[in-house]
Design a protein around this ligand. Structure first.
Ligand code: ADP
Ligand code: MG
Length: 709
């Protein structure tokens, strides 16, 4: 009997090493991984034709009894032809031909009944099936359930060396031999939705008898994850309601004073977000809020004001950033705007520790001393990296924690910072990742949302153009002129796709290699042929960190005119002098990604441009790129992208640990609603889920698996 946790090496003992290796490349290591590698679609091979009904060029499935099998070799051509003569149930004969598979003789022996499924061709002037998929329908006189023919046949994501046929071949016996899986979703819930239990669903998602079975199975798996997501969200919200936080008060006069420090007025959505945050801070329960806004929309200042409000009310605030550079940037922003503030703003990273006491009073001090000052409550705001969550750091009265680019921090690290206090601080996460609202509300449904959906006034919009391939030279000419007037340019290349098979998946290593190749080719062309007089450099993921840093540094310092790069251009780079973003193969990128590339320019006073190139002439491509030109902000665009390409594009499954199916299900508002209702129902019956021990256990696992924050 096979158990889910069994490693595939044990389960597939008869399977070749190479095949196992390929499976592992797909991250399939256990029986569970294999069984949860769901088909992406099904081919309907359920209808049997008779020989008299075959048409040249069509696809056909046919059942026949073998009359005779002969194999002959064609000398000098390394060709072995096996001809299998069969008759269908009406007695009409047909010759089925196979090339270089002489062992077929041993299987398709006289008298055996088999299904054949494939393309109808001609051979010696007669109709034939050429190298079809074949499968015996009886074993030792007993009818056997088929896997590849005469039914709905599952088609899987394929990779080199792993075909759908191969996967069916190994999945089927495992399913037949599988332990009975415990069902963690309560029977009443499944029944009320007419969904199959996990055992039935697993059989039917791979080998459905009819389409309706497949659809129910898919729905059942989608529902499972959505239910878990909703349960997590609701439970986390309920948990926070029980925790105690310091209520942080603000008064309008103080707030006005803080505003007066700023050289600009907050935008309407900054004000609205700040309002939402300050209202949360007044409550006795911890805030758990996500502040979303495009790059440059001014999130830092909103969070900064919230931090100052906390400090004014005699609390401390911590400001965490994922990298050293960002931490320093935040520190600089806060100390620049609030230089009259003398409550102490500290910077604590792996490298630096210093405190700012207003009016240019900045002191470097030993890390240990800074830590002491934080513990004694001397420091109001501490900005830092992971260094902030080291064991030895404690706060006296931590009221607010701000976390920038929150998805890069694990839940555990977040818990870490609150370990020392019985009072939970308020949490504010910030993110510039343009995730559509519909997704955010589920995936981050445990958080409340504030959205900054406009840029500060006075920014020059970036002129975005879809350039016709015939105007390529003109575009290069334009770039030359801009660079003559001292501007700089980015050129982004997509990887070269190697395969036309859309079901094929590639390993990230393969992808990276192609990307590098594309960049090298483009770099050669631009540096030698197009811009021989300009300084062109290259940036890609295979370079050492020091090399990358050197290239970026030269670019920042204006010592290089053009950087040709893969999609990995540093997130944090801020080069106000770069005003041109040229994107090759623009159709290969998701809209959200294109949007982020474009965000690298338009940061300075000069007019910026984004030039899009594509070879694709389809309406869909045009419509997508057109929406990049139209969209008002990243979120609107992400919403469009969701409809055009599906959610996997910005929430790759590797990033979230969320399987494809769930991502698709997130687009199904009906199912989302149902999942939420059922989650509420279950929690109403049993707030801690103790009545459903299996579900409760699964939910805990799920939390570990899915790192969404
Ligand atoms: P992000 O949301 O990407 O973190 P920042 O907070 O870094 O954006 O803000 C980007 C820039 O815009 C900063 O230089 C900041 O000072 C400036 N800024 C923020 N809010 C406004 C505003 N309302 N008007 C003008 N400039 C602003
Ligand atoms: Mg920011």
């Amino acid at each position: 009997m096979t158990h889910l946790r069994d490693p595939i090496d044990n389960v597939l003992s008869g399977v070749g090493k190479r095949f196992l290796g390929q499976l592992k490349k797909l991250d399939i290591k256990t029986a569970k991984d294999l069984l949860w590698h769901f088909p992406t679609r099904y081919d309907d091979r359920s209808e049997f034709l008779k020989v008299s009904e075959l048409k040249k060029g069509g696809e056909a499935t046919l059942r026949g009894t073998v009359q005779k099998t002969t194999t002959r070799r064609i000398p000098y051509r390394h060709l072995v032809i096996t001809e299998v003569s069969v008759v269908d149930e009406e007695g009409s004969p047909l010759t089925v031909t196979f090339f270089n598979q002489p062992y077929i003789e041993n299987t398709l022996k006289e008298g055996r009944v088999a299904n054949f499924s494939g393309k109808v061709g001609t051979y010696k002037g007669k109709l034939t099936l050429q190298s079809p998929i074949y499968e015996l329908t009886e074993i030792r006189g007993r009818e056997k359930e088929t896997q590849h023919t005469g039914r709905l046949v599952p088609i899987y994501k394929e990779t080199k060396g792993i075909t759908s046929r191969g996967l069916r071949f190994i999945i089927k016996p495992i399913l037949e031999n599988l332990e009975v899986l415990p069902e963690y979703i309560p029977q009443e819930t499944l029944k009320s939705l007419n969904l199959p239990d996990v055992n039935e669903a697993l059989q039917n998602i791979h080998f459905p008898k009819k389409e309706a079975d497949a659809l129910r199975a898919i729905k059942s798996f989608s529902f499972r994850d959505l239910l878990l997501l909703q349960l997590r969200n609701l439970q986390e919200r309920a948990k926070l309601q029980k925790l105690e936080a310091y209520p942080i008060a603000y008064d309008q006069k103080e707030l006005k004073k803080l505003f007066s420090f700023l050289p600009f007025e907050l935008t309407a959505s900054q004000k609205k977000s700040l309002d939402e945050i300050l209202n949360d801070l007044e409550r006795h329960h911890p805030m758990n809020r996500l502040l979303q806004g495009d790059v440059g929309s001014g999130k830092t200042i909103v969070a900064g004001i919230a931090a100052l409000v906390a400090v004014n009310d005699k609390h401390q605030a911590a400001f965490m950033a994922p990298t050293e550079i960002l931490a320093c940037q935040h520190y600089k922003t806060l100390t620049k705007f609030f230089e009259e503030y003398d409550g102490g703003i500290a910077l604590l990273t792996g490298k630096e520790s210093k405190v700012f006491y207003g009016e240019n009073l900045e002191a470097e001090l030993k890390k240990s001393e800074l830590i002491k000052k934080i513990a004694s409550g001397d420091i109001g705001i501490t900005v830092g990296t992971h260094a902030l969550i080291q064991k030895q750091i404690t706060f006296k009265k931590l009221g607010l924690v701000v976390i920038d680019e929150q998805h890069r921090f694990g839940v555990r690290q977040r818990a870490e910072i609150t370990k020392t206090t019985s009072i939970t601080p308020h949490f504010l996460s910030m993110s510039a990742t343009p995730i559509p609202r519909t997704l955010t509300m589920t995936i981050f449904g445990n958080l409340d949302l504030s959205l900054i959906d406009e840029l500060p006034k006075g920014r020059k919009p970036i002129i975005t153009k879809l350039v016709d391939p015939t105007n390529r030279d003109k575009a290069y000419q334009f770039i030359k002129e801009r660079i003559k007037s001292d501007r700089q340019a980015f050129v982004i290349c997509p990887r070269i796709e190697e395969s036309e098979n859309k079901d094929q998946v590639f390993t990230s290593k393969q992808k990276a290699a192609w990307e590098v190749r594309a960049v090298k080719v483009e770099y050669e062309k631009l540096s030698k042929e197009v811009f021989p007089d300009l300084k062109v450099s290259m940036l890609h993921g295979k370079m050492k960190i020091a090399e990358k840093t050197a290239v970026m540094k030269a670019f920042v310092e204006g010592k290089c005119d053009i950087v040709v790069s893969t999609s990995v251009v540093e997130v944090g780079v801020d080069v106000p002098n770069a005003t041109i973003m040229l994107i090759e193969g623009a159709d290969r990128f998701g809209l959200a990604q294109l949007y982020q590339f474009r965000g690298r320019v338009g940061r300075g006073e000069h007019q910026s441009y984004c030039l899009l190139f594509t070879d694709s002439k389809t309406e869909n491509t045009k419509a997508r790129l057109e929406s990049l030109i139209q969209a008002k902000n990243g979120f609107e665009l992400a919403e469009m992208d969701l409809h055009l390409r599906g959610p996997g594009e910005f929430l790759g499954d590797t990033q979230t640990g969320t399987p494809d199916l769930t991502l698709k299900a997130l687009q199904n508002p009906e199912l989302l609603k149902t999942a939420k209702e059922k989650a509420e129902e279950l929690l109403q019956n049993s707030p801690t889920l103790e009545a459903y021990p299996l579900l409760s256990k699964r939910l805990n696992q799920f939390r570990e698996e899915v790192h969404l924050e």
